[in-house]
Design a binder for this molecule. Structure first.
Ligand code: ADE
Ligand code: ZN
Length: 334
């Protein structure tokens, strides 16, 4: 079960993946052609060219977020979003993923700035069509950008709570905490409103923030799951708390290496967190931009940490337990 084909065949959930980071090059070139945008450079180096148009960036993550802005600006119609959503679900299926919570941040989609609920409606139509065709069931988490103010975050939550777009399951917060600083207090109202409306809550923390970011996500935002969470390892009491309260972490090894959090996979704390009893999931974050796939991430970890079949089966089980799928969906997957 530790090879790529065997892992691919295992029914899995993915709980930490950004739609914006999952737009494959062919989809991007198509959108650029439809938008009549001249590409800034050779296709293979789009990321470098588009994200370095206004240097210097305060961190590699900020440069990457700028690339996502550039990319999202190529899309302007609901039909394009529906197509993108359907193709995302099809690619998830090709990796053996039967359920995915996908993060979508309206900050990266300027055409929907005045009507973010319409962005989620259009994506939801594509995700529902894919599920009806037997592909991966995908649900969206509307994401708040770390550098927003409280009112912008609350407006997003109000918009999606009022409209209840199809396939929307929760809210999240992402972006660069090295730029924003601590923002738990700032987004507390938005997350409380989401929780009151029955939306699920997840938050990026412990990537561009340390253990204090993870504590803020739990204590101030009511996060049920932490995206990344890996820097919790710097605080053993926090690790115990994650384990005791079974707050899952959505770990993304290749992403962390690409953004310079750890030098080598062998130095990555994913294995230590799992051994400490934390509900660990392994995910892609931004598969197209990073050139990775979920089955590859799992196989890399298996090779680096000597994970055996039992550990891989546990990973699959925990992926479903950590997801925001309905109880019925989870029961049929387990
Ligand atoms: N948005 C897309 N990928 C991200 C990451 N790794 N961290 C924060 N925000 C993101
Ligand atoms: Zn992420």
């Amino acid at each position: 079960l530790t090879t790529v084909p065997a892992i691919r065949a295992l029914p899995k959930a993915e709980v930490h993946v950004h739609l914006e980071g999952a737009i494959e090059l062919a989809d991007l070139l198509e959108a650029a052609r439809e938008a009549r945008v001249r590409l800034p450079g050779p296709a293979a180096t789009l990321f470098d060219v588009a994200s370095h148009d206004d240097p210097p960036h305060p961190s590699p993550l900020s440069a990457f977020l700028r690339f996502l802005d550039w990319e999202g600006a190529l899309f302007s119609s609901a039909e394009q979003l529906e197509r993108l959503a359907y193709r995302f679900a099809a690619r998830q299926s090709a990796s053996g993923i039967v359920y995915a919570d996908v993060i979508v941040n309206p900050a990266h989609w300027p055409s929907w700035r005045s009507d973010p609920a319409a962005l989620f409606d259009a994506l939801g139509a594509g995700f529902d069509a894919a599920a009806a065709d037997g592909l991966c069931r995908v649900r969206t988490c509307a994401s708040i950008l770390r550098t927003w103010d409280a009112a912008t975050a609350e407006d997003l939550v109000s918009a999606v709570v009022a409209r209840r777009p199809r396939a929307l399951v929760g809210v999240s917060v992402d972006g660069d905490e090295r730029v924003s600083g601590r923002t738990g207090g700032r987004f507390r109202g938005a997350f409380q409103a989401a929780g009151r409306a029955g939306l699920r809550r997840t938050a990026h923390a412990g990537e561009s923030s340390g253990p204090e970011g993870v504590r803020d996500a739990i204590d101030l935002l009511g996060a049920e799951r932490i995206d990344h969470g890996v820097r919790a390892v710097e605080d053993p009491r926090l690790v115990d708390r994650l384990a005791d309260e079974q707050i899952a972490v959505g770990v993304c090894p290749t992403s962390n290496l690409a953004l310079g959090l750890f030098r080598r996979l062998e130095d990555h704390p994913v294995d230590a967190l799992a051994r400490a009893g934390v509900r660990v999931t392994v995910n892609t974050d931004d598969p197209a931009a990073l050139g990775t796939r979920l089955e590859a991430e799992w196989a890399l970890c298996a090779a680096a940490f000597g994970w055996d079949d039992a550990r891989i089966l546990r990973l699959a089980r925990d992926s479903h337990l950590a997801s925001f799928a309905t109880d019925d969906e989870r029961a049929s997957a387990l």
